[in-house]
Design a protein around this ligand. Structure first.
Ligand code: C2O
Ligand code: CU
Length: 510
């Protein structure tokens, strides 16, 4: 439908006439029955319940092609079961779903990524908070003497009017934040206020205080905010780009102290974000996130260690991302059915490698930049403990390496540690096995590694991929399969294509 997320009208993929889609709210233990009707005229649709295993803050999004970039997402919040208590107190709550927005269609963006020469969609035109941003004006133009953008004149009723968080003085609020961005790493700050981090990806963390927080695509957090500032003022909630040289203005929302009018502009300009490439700052923030005291520790050892080298490559001159030199290309038969029914012709049966060549130099350009396509399936032993070492490397271009937020479907993992340069066997000794945070998304920093541990205890076929949507589109992902024979009935909609469809057709002939 037509919508103006940033005051510029364009087409968004919406749900039930809403952008972002409706917030789904449930209690732990509830069974949700969700009926999805696809009214897109040109394509299929897949909804992914991102990270869902526990009470907490989540979101859902389209997962077919680049449907997330097209605006197909909404919040999913799970409250603790009846009679249970959260380990912290709050008087009220707000939900902020963050995203980035372009003015070109996602179909055009997708074609560009698959073109020779390669066309990158570029930096987003605007950042959205709950689907709201401003492109051709700024809420904060007034504070700047140099800016050529004009001050927005909004009544508050527009689709692009900023989100207003109405608060009472001297109360504590839980602010849920989730990032559904297609590309951008973000930093969120609230003018004059500190925040106390309490939840990450639906798991409790040991509380700590921050002035601002980084949030990568695929992550979610809850912070507590105490309204202890002068109630005659309003304050900015600002979201800025990290990790890429920003060409996108800050996304803004208003923290409105009642009874002050929401239209009263804050006294000071929006908080200034840390420098985009100050990775030391980001690493410091990330290292502060540990599990809440008393959380279940990870198993002390692993059964299998898989090292995944992240590289940018070419295949027949097309630009790609690859993992251990294989660029993910989805077969036409869905994995779940082909594995469950043993249709070995559906994808290549040799496993991708568990490691990369020992002499590979992660700090330099590769001598051979070519990769191959593959379906990337790692068969895991059911209930075994798997360590994944994500290894970052230099990109195609010299002296370039960037952040990738990796997200695992169907499981949480413990983040055991981060390191610089090439991971070696002795780095195992530096792992945090005492209180590593349990998450579903974790970043690798430029030229660094990140170590994750999870138990393969959820029968099924699960994507593990970079949550930057164009990167996944370019092949940056793998697939983990475990206990597929235990998967019950597969909906026929997930079987009626490729070889499983043929199987059904011939079975019906008998
Ligand atoms: Cu939110 Cu496979 O991603
Ligand atoms: Cu990436």
């Amino acid at each position: 439908m037509y919508w103006s997320p940033d005051c510029v009208e364009g087409v968004v993929m919406a749900i039930n006439g809403q952008f972002p889609g409706p917030t789904i709210r449930a209690r732990a233990g509830d069974t949700l029955h969700i009926e999805l009707t696809n009214k897109l005229h040109t394509e299929g649709v897949v909804i992914h319940w991102h990270g869902i295993t526990q009470p907490g803050t989540y979101f859902y999004h389209g997962h077919y092609g680049m449907q997330r970039s097209a605006g197909l997402y909404g919040s999913l919040i799970v409250d603790v079961a009846k009679g249970e208590k959260e380990p912290f107190h709050y008087d009220g709550e707000f939900n902020l779903l963050l995203s980035d927005w372009w003015h070109s269609s996602v179909h055009e963006q997708g074609v560009g990524l698959y073109s020779k020469p390669f066309r990158w969609p570029g930096e987003p035109k605007s950042l959205l908070i709950n689907g709201r941003g401003q492109y051709n004006c700024s809420l904060a133009a007034r504070y700047s003497t140099s800016s050529s953008t004009s001050q927005c004149k909004l009544t508050g009723a527009e689709q692009c009017a900023p989100q207003v968080l109405r608060v009472l003085p001297n109360k504590t609020y839980r602010i849920r934040v989730a990032s559904a961005t297609a590309l951008s790493a973000l930093n969120l700050a609230i003018g004059n206020h500190k925040m106390v981090m309490v939840e990450a990806d639906g798991n409790y963390v040991q509380p700590f205080e921050v002035d601002d927080m980084d949030i990568y695509s695929g992550e979610s957090y809850s912070v507590l905010l105490t309204t202890n500032q002068a109630p005659s003022n309003n304050y900015w909630v600002s979201v800025s780009v990290r990790g890429r040289e920003p060409h996108t203005p800050q996304g803004l929302a208003i923290l409105n102290y009642l009874p002050t009018k929401a239209s009263k502009l804050p006294e000071s300009p929006p908080p200034v974000a840390p420098l985009w490439n100050n990775y030391t700052y980001s690493k410091l923030f990330t290292s502060k996130i540990v599990a809440l005291m008393g959380s279940l520790p990870p198993p002390p050892t692993y059964y299998r260690q898989i090292v995944l080298l992240n590289t940018q490559n070419y295949i027949n001159g097309f630009k790609k991302w690859a993992v251990n030199n294989i660029s993910l290309s989805l077969p036409s038969t869905p994995y779940l059915g082909s594995i469950k029914y043993g249709l070995n012709g559906a994808f290549e049966q040799t496993s991708p490698p568990d490691d990369y060549p020992m002499d590979y130099d992660v700090m330099a350009q590769a001598s051979n930049q070519n990769a191959t396509y593959g379906s990337g399936v790692y068969m895991l032993k059911l209930n075994s403990t798997v360590d994944v070492i994500l290894q970052n490397a230099n990109m195609l271009e010299k002296n370039m390496s960037e952040i990738h937020p990796w997200h695992l479907h169907g499981h949480d993992f413990w983040v055991l540690g981060y390191g610089e340069g090439k991971f070696t066997a002795k780095d195992d000794r530096s792992f945090n096995l005492k209180n590593p945070p349990l998450r579903n998304t974790a970043v690798i920093f430029p030229y660094g590694w990140t170590a994750l541990r999870f138990v393969a205890d959820n029968p099924g076929v699960w994507a593990f991929h970079c949550h930057i949507e164009p990167h996944l589109h370019m092949g940056m992902g793998v697939v983990f399969a475990e206990g597929v024979h235990l998967v019950g009935k597969i909906p026929s909609e997930a079987l009626t294509c490729g070889l499983t469809a043929k199987m059904f057709l011939s079975n019906n002939n008998h």
